[in-house]
Design a binder for this molecule. Sequence first.
Ligand code: BG6
Length: 469
Amino acid sequence: MSRFPENFLWGGAVAANQCEGAYNVDGKGLSIQDVTPNGIMTPRTEKPTEDNMKLVGIDFYNRYKEDIKLFAEMGFKVFRTSIAWSRIYPKGDELEPNEKGLKFYDDLFDECRKYNIEPLVTLSHYETPLYLAEKYDGWISRDLIDFYCRYVTTVFKRYKDKVKYWLTFNEINSIVHEPFLSGGINTPKEKLTKNQIYQAIHHELVASAKAVKMGHEINPEFKIGCMVLSMPVYPLTPNPDDVICAMEKEHENLFFADVHVRGKYPSYSKRYFRKNNIHIDIMDEDIEILKNTVDFISFSYYMSICESSDKTIKGSKGNIMGGAKNPTLKESEWGWQIDPQGLRYVLNQFYDRYQKPLFIVENGLGAVDELIVDENGEHTVNDDYRIDYLRNHLKQVAEAIDDGVDLIGYTTWGCIDLVSASTAELKKRYGFIYVDRNDDGSGTLNRYKKKSFNWYKKVIETNGEHLFD
Ligand code: BG6
């Protein structure tokens, strides 16, 4: 008997803007990613520039058949990707969609289905059409709700027989920290008030709930989830001051899943809004719309953080959020704290709180890989560090399932090497498949299987039992 459920969805995840490339092909409009050559590290450029690795990505737009074949060889049951909104509505506020963009995703989902791979589709993954950022200041504007709903209705109708699992916004809570990346908000972060940010959040929450409602009307079989960046917060010491600070920090994050699952703002948000002078516009109809709650909760998990009442203590940063350093944990090459048990913790936390199915849609290790030629003359990477990372996390997933958590599936982040969201680098590799492309633009774009490729294949084949060999 396997420790994982019988129909557990094993697979991998990517996002359109980090792998497709073809940024101006077949009618695609520009997205915010096309003008951020250094990820979140430096301000954006006026126009796309050649040093922006996302313009070519890993050329998934042209090579997706080869890549999906490799995913099928690993035995993937599910493949998470996003639809690039600006392929469907190039500026974002048009009335009619771009047929060539729609056709691309028809072909992509058909290719998945050919191998019985279930597509899991993120509707908005850090790739708001640039025009919506420039003209409307992104999600600060209520107009975005209508534009998003038009886009979502279009793709729900078009792919209603090809896609069952949908996610409304990638890491929706990241907007608090990265308003341009996450919310397409053009006003510089330093100039934004908390009121503006929470107004934008409110618009996204309403849009997300509308998407759930419309999706269920278009196909009652749809499973529509929210997607949050999970980062468990531990008190740095047993001092009750630290414990309360950790609780408050957790509330800042849990707020997003709370609204999605409970259909209303949580009671603790009243105090937070009061304290931070937040007075957002909420229309009566919004309160009704928010009652359209999600079918499941999906999340990314990379690391945990600590919180201290001494706000000068920092020291640990992931790509979007950070906190105080946990002295008991090791770090990745990019300084992300590695905490497999944090994954069991967060699975239990969500399940205790919501009693709804969960889906881990991102987890993985970004590392520098060395491409070698093995004794058979094959190119490969001996990425034992990645295997260890994933094995340790998956063993904690098995523990959480044993704890009683209802888990739909697990998709590793960047199942094929892609461009990093935060630093826009290619040398930060996550994949089971190595892509020969470098940060200076060199490389053949050829694909090579890493050692972890066969390891993950075996994990899937044995429904997880290989983790315990
Ligand atoms: C998540 C994002 O925050 O982390 C992904 O949803 C991203 O888009 C992933 O790629 C890993 O982060 P990074 O910055 O290493 O690419």
